[in-house]
Ligand binder design. Structure first.
Ligand code: 13P
Ligand code: SF4
Length: 321
């Protein structure tokens, strides 16, 4: 405990001395979220990276998120405290595979989820996050062919909500894909009063959307028996406003920390206890301190790739601003 206090104080001191800002994703360890200047979902973290006056960004999240910050703010030093913090979803498609897919569909508009490498973003027309995938698809003129990558559950969700015909890459996140309809059924049986909050990357998304369509459960509005598909940032906003007192949260379990912190009077149950992203948990307080001290590990994207990738990120920020 004493050690933790010392590490926290040292982080604060160095942060001030180096004019650094700490950004942390909602899935980060509680102690890392507590030391951060800003916590949020991928979209809000990109926005913070774009507007910060700091000289250095310590990005507590996974590699593609730090890369996005570096693309948006190339004049800032962007550091990730553990360079091995990757993303199984981003790994499901590389630039070569996307080039081949584009050759097969030369007239299509490419929409890439932000969980992709800079090279993949550089080959994309639009970037999107789970918070704005629907808005981005809706901004594309009717009749245009759309290629969506890499998450098939988010893609299916966006296609269903917008009613658009979309070609979807068959990628998935190993953590979210593992959250199945059966997990939710079991949780709902034990907590019949709870509202279900689902991240659209989850394996249960498609099945639940089908149920919503058939009236087996309802989307929108507050209260019991409801299901909502939300980004991690959307979850925080919705839970605060909801009249419900109990929630089943279908996403990475780190999400329960900010939800409980902001809503001490409400109850939260993870849809699946072992839905843990090992990459997100690689960032620890001692590593944040080491990152500030030694200025490691710098995330820098080659200029040509960064400029192309930036276009797709800026198009997203323009549509959603
Ligand atoms: P959010 O954009 O909802 O924060 O999700 C990012 C992510 O990696 C989900 O696994
Ligand atoms: Fe990637 Fe899944 Fe981890 Fe999110 S939870 S960072 S999509 S591996």
């Amino acid at each position: 405990m004493k050690d933790r206090k010392r590490v926290e104080e040292e982080i604060k001191r160095l942060k001030k001395q180096k004019n650094a800002v700490i950004l942390a994703h909602n899935y980060q360890l509680p102690e890392v979220q507590d030391i951060a200047d800003f916590t949020g979902d991928s979209l809000s973290l990109s926005r913070e990276a774009a507007k910060t006056q700091a000289d250095m960004i310590i990005f507590c999240g996974v590699h593609f998120m730090a890369e996005t910050a570096s693309i948006i703010s190339p004049d800032k030093k962007v550091l990730i405290p553990d360079e091995k913090a990757g993303c199984s979803l981003a790994d499901t498609i590389n630039a070569e595979q996307l080039e081949d897919w584009k050759k097969e569909n030369p007239n299509a508009v490419v929409v890439s989820y932000v969980n992709t490498t800079a090279e993949v973003k550089a080959l994309s027309d639009y970037c999107c996050t789970s918070a704005n995938a629907v808005q981005i698809i809706n901004s594309i003129p009717e009749g245009k062919e759309i290629l969506f990558l890499p998450d098939m559950f988010l893609g299916a969700y966006a296609a269903k909500v917008t009613g658009r015909k979309i070609d979807i890459w068959p990628g998935e996140c190993h953590v979210h894909a593992g959250i199945r309809k059966q997990d939710l059924d079991e949780m709902q049986e034990s907590h019949p009063e709870a509202e279900m909050i689902i991240h659209p990357e989850c394996g249960c998304t498609t099945n639940l959307m089908y149920q919503v369509e058939n009236g087996a459960c309802t989307e929108n509005g507050n209260g019991n028996g409801n299901v909502k598909f939300l980004s991690t940032g959307g979850m925080i906003k919705h839970v605060k406003e909801s009249v419900s007192k109990e929630f089943i949260i279908a996403t990475e379990t780190g999400m329960l920390y900010p939800l409980r912190k902001a809503n001490p009077d409400k109850k939260f149950h993870p849809a699946r206890e072992n839905a843990v992203c090992k990459y997100m948990k690689m960032i620890t307080l001692p590593k944040v301190l080491q990152s500030l001290e030694e200025e490691i590990y710098e995330v820098k994207v080659p200029l040509e790739t960064a400029l192309k990738a930036k276009r797709s990120i800026e198009r997203m920020l323009e549509v959603t601003s």
